[in-house]
Each structure stands twice: as C-alpha cells, then as structure tokens.
Design a protein around this ligand. Sequence first.
Ligand code: SF4
Length: 416
Amino acid sequence: MMDNRDNALGLYVSIPFCRSKCTYCNFASGVYPASEHARYVDRLIQDLAAAGEWAIKTGVALPRKVDTVYLGGGTPSLLAPDLLARLFGAMRSQFDFDPDAEITVECAPGQLAGGTLAALVAAGVNRVSLGVQSFIDNEAHSSGRLHNRATVADDLRRLRAAGIANLNVDLIAGLAGQTFATWQESLEMLVDSGVPHASVYMLEVDQDSRLGREMLTGGARYHAGLVPTDDAIAQMYTQAIERLAKAGLAQYEISNFCRPGFASRHNLRYWQRRPYLGLGLDASSMLRASQDESALAESGYVLRSTTTDDLAAFLVGSQPAETGWLSPASQHEEAWFLGLRLNAGVEVAALEREFGRSTVAPALRVVTRLAETGLLTFAGGTVRLTAQGRLLSNDVFQEFLGLIPDADFVRTGTNS
Ligand code: SF4
C-alpha cells in the first residue's frame, strides 16, 4: 500500500573496512588494504549507475528523491577523501537529494583524518555517528578499539568546529571488565559531551564474534571471563535509560535516545517500514512493487533484498542479491515487531486501515495475553512495550510471528 511517505527514498551504503577488528564484532567487516577500498567504491558506483535498470527489471518503485543517506559499516571514515567525493558524486548524479536530507556517516574515534572530514563536509554530510562503545580506556582497548577518551573529545570538538553538530555516540553495555561504576562513568562522559543523540546496545553474544565464541567455548584471550552477567547487563541498560532521560536524552527506540528533534530520520525508516535501498556488502533494501507490476502493487507486496556478505564475490559482481516479495500478512507481522521497537508504539487503528481488521485481530489476542504478563500496555488505541518488555523484546516479538497462515508466503528469487 503506497502512502505519501513513500515518495522519497533512504540510501544505505555499507563500507565494510576497519582498521582493526573489535572483539565483539559480528558484522561483515574486516581489515583490508587501501587498494581494496578503491575497487569497492568502483563497484558501488557501478551498482548506483545500474540501480534504475535493476528496479525496472525487478519490478520495484525506486523514488528518485532521497531524503536520508547513511554510510555505515565498518568504518566509512577510513575511505580516502577522493573516494568519498566520487561516491557522493555518483549518488547525487543518480538521485535527487532533498535540500534538507539527513546525511549520516559512521566514524571510529581517532580515524577521521583532516582531509576526510573536509571531504565529508564538502559532500554535505550533516550527521556523524561515533563508535565510542566505552569512555573507559582499558575497556575500549580490551575490546579492540584504538581510541581513548581524549581522542573522542578531540573528534567531537573537530566535528563541531567543522559545522557538524548533529552527533551520535554509541555505547555498549556488557563489555569485558565493565562494572556498574565504570558504566556510570561512561554515561556521565556521554552526557557531558553534550551530544544530542546516543545509542546504547546490550552486548550480543554469538559465535560470529571472537568474544562471543570465547564466551561459548571458553578461553581468556578476549577477556570473556570479565564480561558482566546478563542480569548485570540488563541493569546497566536500565541505568542508561534513567541517566539519559534525566539529561534530556529521551528513549525513542529500544537502543536509541535523543534530545527533541534529533531522532535518526534514516533509522526511523526501518522501524516505520518506509522504502530504502541498500548498496554494498551485506546491505538490505525494502522497496514497494512498482505500478508496472500491477498485481503485486495492488496486492500490497514489498520486496526485501540483501546483498552478499562475501567481499570477494561482491568485488567481482558475481554474487546475486537474495530477494523475496513479502505478502501483506508478512508485513503485518513486521509492523508489530518493528513498530514495537519505538517508544511511540503501534497504533492499532493504523494497522487496521493498512491490513484490515480481520488480519489484525489475532495480534490483538497476543497483545491482551502479553499485557496481562506486564510486557506490553494497550491504552488509547496504542500498544507499547513496558520497561520489562524492552528487556525481553526478542521474546515479545517472537509472539507476533506465524499469526496468519499465509504470512510465510514469499515469492523468492535472485537478481544479479
Ligand atoms: S569498528 Fe564496527 S564494524 Fe569495525 S570491527 Fe569494530 S564493531 Fe566491527
């Protein structure tokens, strides 16, 4: 179903290069020579040039107007100034950037050279996300980060001096060696930094990171034995919500906090199910069926696709993207677990207008059950996670899967 919000697109560009690999990292990123950076940007530029043709062939609507751009990774600030200029030039030649577009780039503290900062400003970048993770130097170092708190302060000063005041700082609750006292100190440093946006993540443990593997299988190299318990991490997360709220950084999503007017417009797209095109390694897209694909468009299908996470395959262009059409029933499930991430919650009447009352009815039975257990509230027509529900959000979201028998139906395929 098309609405006015869908007339503009968000662009996500993955830059999978890092100077070192963090112990907790489970992203498709790595340390590669600078020569690979240039090859990679060349491939991105090819994909940008082919995006219109790909959209026609695939049957999706690709708005030309772009109002959010996000360079994530990886560490996009490692790209040389000329590569950044070429990449932004290619994006602007294929799409019409809204004059008010939010253009975010992720940077690692201490990895933002003067020439790179100048190139970002020249390209129109107006928001920077700094991957600080901890202001405690030994926690940062034992996680594989290369900065200290002085580096962070210096980068924030340089960014502001360059005119970029819309700044985010990422923190992770649960790093090896973290205690309630050091976590409090990191929160105080974040507040004192005056940034208008913060992201706070709870450490994820899985076998895709070196720290996670060590926690699952044993060992001491990455200090797995010093990782706080799940209960302590949950308490740290709650501590963050309270401290940041007191400082005027209100929680608006499970992991995100901001001063009024500073919510990440790009990330809101994901939770509000608005269209975005992902380019580069392991990048996802969500696009609506074009009117030329009238059967799919009238039935309200959307395409989700994800590119390969194999850099070698991406560079030679041999790996097709995985694609699948999502039925409205599948989107209805997504609408619950994406919408509930937001503190604003899910407005039931809006879902009923979009998907029909009979589709929404089984979800409301889940809502009633979870409200009785204290994980959700349902008031004034809006369903929201409670504080406890936020801590157990994955369990809550699980309850909204498989509600409609045909919700799993997707027409899958590949597109080169
Ligand atoms: S900087 Fe980010 S992407 Fe790179 S290794 Fe660290 S966590 Fe992973």
